[in-house]
Design a protein around this ligand. Structure first.
Ligand code: G3H
Ligand code: 13P
Ligand code: ZN
Length: 331
């Protein structure tokens, strides 16, 4: 059975990105896998009157079940409307790795998909991305492609210049594939360990400061495809207060470093229209659950530890929308 996103109350990303580009802010894309995360995201974005992209990875789909996830998204839109939040909500596949997965999501109510062909050679990336675009556009679903590879913790983001997006490729890629937005690599990376300590300097408080993002590459890309929506993955800031809370309550996160909020604020004012945040949410949830477990070891009602985790996640989302992405108060 095929379900269109339009029946579920979602929108594609076209209008969202146009408004974000004109308004000089970025739309948040928050990943979710479970009830408490989607509650926090929709309430956080509703309260701060921010557009939102509910982002689902392949792993999330396997974890939560595709039908259940789609209906959670639909329920989230209904709940938002009941509460008077008129924000646009997109349901987006994060890091789709095959044509078949993208088709399955499009048939299951997604309004936007990412086809991540960035690990393939250029021509293969173009071919795969175009195939997804040709299918998706028949159903008015938006497509995000990617050029350049985001470094993981094993890679050397500073030395391995080849991982950055090559500006010379973007115009050709966008033209040949017909994508609606383009994820680029300018020094962000996934997870909570984005940089090795030896890549960082220390500020006066002894906090590790990572190398700055390559805004020169972003500028070059903007010149070549003016007004085209750019996406930043790997954009969690790995907020020290949650890392400390985890470590002070039995955790062991060592040298976790993220993207400074000031860098993201600057990016959000540019052609960057979508900023992906997953790890920061994971850290908040883990921090709050650890805190409750430590302070109340006799507690065993999941609502008593998942509830505080959810509430803190919502607060973090409101903060980010207001002070980092600039997406608050847009609706
Ligand atoms: O970029 C990847 C996202 O953080 C999703 O992670 O594949 O573990 O769900 P996941
Ligand atoms: P973070 O790991 O920095 O949160 O990045 C998430 C992401 O890019 C999802 O696609
Ligand atoms: Zn990503």
């Amino acid at each position: 059975m095929t379900v269109s996103y339009k029946e579920l109350g979602f929108v594609n990303t076209r209008e969202m990105f146009k408004k974000a580009m004109d308004g000089g802010y970025a739309v948040p894309a928050y990943n979710f896998n479970n009830l408490e995360q989607i509650q926090a995201i929709i309430n956080g974005c509703g309260r701060s009157r921010s557009p939102v992209i509910l982002q689902v990875s392949k792993g999330a789909r396997d974890y939560a079940n595709a039908t259940l996830l789609r209906n959670m998204g639909k329920g989230a839109v209904e709940m938002a409307r009941e509460q008077g939040y008129e924000i646009p909500v997109a349901l987006h596949l994060d890091h789709g790795d095959t044509y078949e997965l993208c088709v399955s999501c499009i048939e299951n109510g997604f309004s936007s998909v990412m086809i991540d062909g960035s690990h393939h050679p250029y021509e293969k990336n173009v071919e795969l991305t175009k195939k997804v675009v040709d299918y998706a556009h028949k159903y008015d679903v938006s497509v995000e492609g990617e050029l350049g590879v985001l470094a993981g913790i094993e890679d050397d983001v500073v030395a391995a210049k080849s991982v950055y997006t090559q500006p010379e490729e973007v115009e050709d890629f966008v033209k040949k594939t017909g994508v609606d937005s383009l994820a680029i690599s300018i020094g962000t990376s996934h997870g909570a360990y984005k940089f090795k300590p030896e890549q960082c300097t220390r500020n006066q408080e002894g906090v590790l400061v990572p190398p700055p993002l390559r805004f020169d590459i972003l500028e070059e890309i903007q010149k070549r495809i003016p007004g085209f929506p750019i996406v930043l993955h790997g954009s969690s800031s790995v907020l020290p207060k949650y890392v400390d809370l985890i470590n002070n309550n039995g955790g062991a996160l060592e040298a976790a470093v993220g993207i400074p909020e000031g860098q993201l604020r600057k990016a959000a004012k540019s052609a960057v229209c979508k900023i992906n945040i997953d790890s920061d949410g994971r850290l908040v949830v883990t921090a709050m659950i650890r805190k409750v477990f430590h302070e109340k070891p006799a507690e065993f009602d999941p609502r008593k530890y998942l509830g505080p985790a959810r509430d803190e996640l919502m607060n973090m989302i409101i903060e980010k929308n207001k002070n980092v992405l600039g997406s608050a108060d847009q609706y």
